[in-house]
Design a protein around this ligand. Sequence first.
Ligand SMILES: [Fe+2]
Ligand SMILES: [Fe+2]
Length: 218
Amino acid sequence: MCTITDIVICGFNGSILKYCGEKMDYEYILTRLSKMLSPKRLQHSIGVSKTAEEMAERFGGDKVKAGLAGLLHDAAREVPVADLLPRAQAFGIVVSDIEKAEPILLHAPISAKLAESKFNIHDAEILQAIFLHTTGGAHMSLLDKIIYLADVIEPGRNFGGLEEIRAMAHSDLDKALLLALDQSIAYILEEGGLIHPATIEARNDLLIKQRTPILHTT
Ligand SMILES: [Fe+2]
Ligand SMILES: [Fe+2]
């Protein structure tokens, strides 16, 4: 199967067509995305896409789904903050008090809606992974975990503690995710910010699975 990384090299787009339909090849997606994102953010998105493909290969996931979700995960990241709440409401997204107070969190569900409406992606797994990439959530799928982590560890990232997460992401996806969630929560606490309940649910879920591995085989 041709992956997005391969597509950059060989220009083949048959795998993407499976998810996006006619006329939606890699170049078309990149061109459209480049009108929505700054060059720096586009580079980040390509980094997440490639990292997600590598992780899907390593952990037995779908490389094309991982690549597409990675590429589009931040499609709404540069929507002006003042527009996020009205855009979310226009899409029918249920907005919590935390998201009203921290509207930047809404870029994740809005990105999922844009992936659907502007890029013709209707695959529920891809859309969910984009939806959850900022907060995480309970019962995350393999693709959800890959996109959350790829966003944290892509090559353009640089912060204290990152190398530990990167190293862990080569061997144990759940442990890497737990490290990333812990770091995110610690950072939010340090900043006096609001912790989204979905992030707590993601962490608790992983801890429960760690403590009772026989009951949780996925
Ligand atoms: Fe994001
Ligand atoms: Fe991102």
